[in-house]
Design a protein around this ligand. Structure first.
Ligand SMILES: Cc1ncc(COP(=O)(O)O)c(C=O)c1O
Length: 409
């Protein structure tokens, strides 16, 4: 048989890739089996329909065909303005005063991360990732020909291990001049951890110290930002960035997938808080070249429709209200799940809010395989931990799944 596939492309998704596991679950369900799918981070209502926000659905229905032509390579300007307003809220004026911000529209948050790893790292330079993480970061780093190192996410007090992040930055700078550190907050995937003001203060202090020793790029992945409302009204990140005067480059990965429930519409953005207009022009040129050389332009119809929400204060208020309601329903599930974990004495990483809880088990791969035999799908994150996506589970399923996990563990 002729082998047409180039050897550099002979690779496949790992067996523990989240989308691959979710597809297995779908196929199993299609065979008529009753499954429990705790693998995928899509918010489902108790009746298993994809949860939607009325303001988003209504606006998409009205405006999805308003713009069917090609978008600019960088993105639809109204969408980009709207995302900046949504992300920085009352801090936007200050951000525009102290930085020369760049924003480009991407294919989801994944697209933003992929472009960032390609833009900011030479081959072999390292991405610094938490030891318990959204595993797709590793694949994205690999595709960008970057390497990765991991930092310990939690210290002995179950708080962000700033000491370990510092150590990992230093280790990276021993090998290379540059590093991209990934901070996924709030509602970290897969633990549901949220950093508080004190952790942000300490993190920024440390980053300012280490940033003086090399080219430190910090990627703040805010894919789940509004789901942290149970902790505070506004995530401390925007306030910290608005203080300015940093010795590192701050980038933001924005995604509408979870925030608006538009998972399949593939919208996101890369924001870079640069110092000068020249730097912004240079980034715009490099960003445009990567975009044109891969997917060409972002999705125009989605951007134009979503811009109608982000640029309309009344609709934004409505959006906040609807996300809060959905997030409250999610939080209610988490209370039940944590209660069950306590009852069965299953340890878990510190959880505050968000789509996922990660439990600590004896053998994650073995347990996941056993659960799969019984049509239950979870995601092993590493040898000792398993991610449960409470976003897709009903209360009845939570009770069944946790009981079975405790029996098999
Ligand atoms: C932490 C994190 N970042 C980024 C993304 C990217 O999402 P999308 O590409 O759908 O915007 C996800 C999706 O699951 C995620 O969990």
């Amino acid at each position: 048989m002729k082998n047409y596939l180039a050897s550099r492309s002979k690779q496949s998704l790992s067996k523990t890739d989240i989308i691959a596991i979710a597809n297995k679950a779908k196929l199993d369900a299609a065979k008529g089996n009753k499954i429990i799918n705790a693998s995928i981070g899509t918010y489902l209502e108790e009746d298993k329909t994809v949860g939607y926000l009325p303001v988003v659905k209504e606006t998409l229905t009205k405006h999805i065909t308003d713009s069917l032509g090609y978008s600019n390579t960088i993105g639809d300007q109204a969408y980009l303005n709207g995302v900046m307003k949504y992300v920085f809220e009352d801090k936007l004026e200050q951000i525009n005063k102290i930085y020369a911000p760049f924003i480009g529209s991407t294919l989801g948050g994944t697209g933003a991360i992929s472009i960032i790893f390609n833009l900011y790292l030479e081959e072999g330079e390292a991405v610094l990732l938490p030891d318990v993480m959204w595993t797709n970061y590793m694949l994205l780093a690999q595709q960008a020909k970057a390497s990765y190192m991991t930092y310990k996410m939690f210290n002995n007090d179950n708080r962000l291990s700033i000491a370990s992040i510092r150590q990992t930055i230093r280790k990276a700078f021993l090998k290379h001049q540059r590093a991209v550190l990934v901070i996924n907050d709030p509602c970290q995937n897969p633990t549901g951890y949220c950093m508080d003001q004190q952790e942000y203060d300490e993190l920024f202090k440390m980053l300012n110290e280490e940033g003086k020793k090399g080219q430190l790029v910090v990627l703040f992945d805010i894919a789940y930002i509004p789901f942290a409302h149970v902790n505070y009204d506004q995530c401390p990140l925007a306030g910290k960035l608005a203080e300015g005067n940093t010795s590192f480059l701050s980038l933001i990965c924005f995604s509408t997938s979870k925030i608006l429930g538009t998972y399949g519409l593939r919208m996101g953005a890369l924001i870079a808080l640069l110092d000068t207009k020249n730097e912004r022009d240079a980034l715009a040129a490099s960003f445009a070249k990567i975009a044109r050389g891969t997917y060409s332009v972002p999705v125009s119809s989605g951007q134009a429709a979503v811009a109608k929400i982000f640029n309309n204060p009344e609709k934004v208020n409505q959006l906040h209200k609807e996300i809060k309601e959905l997030s409250d329903r999610l939080f209610k599930r988490s209370i039940l799940l944590i209660e069950k974990l306590k009852e069965y004495k299953i340890e878990h990483y510190p959880y505050h809010c968000g789509f996922f809880v990660t439990i600590k088990v004896k053998d994650a791969f073995k347990l996941s395989a056993q659960l799969e035999q019984e049509h239950m799908y979870v995601v092993p994150m590493n040898k000792r931990s398993i991610r449960l996506a409470l976003s897709g589970l009903t209360e009845v399923e939570i009770v069944t799944l946790i009981k079975r996990i405790s029996e098999l563990n």
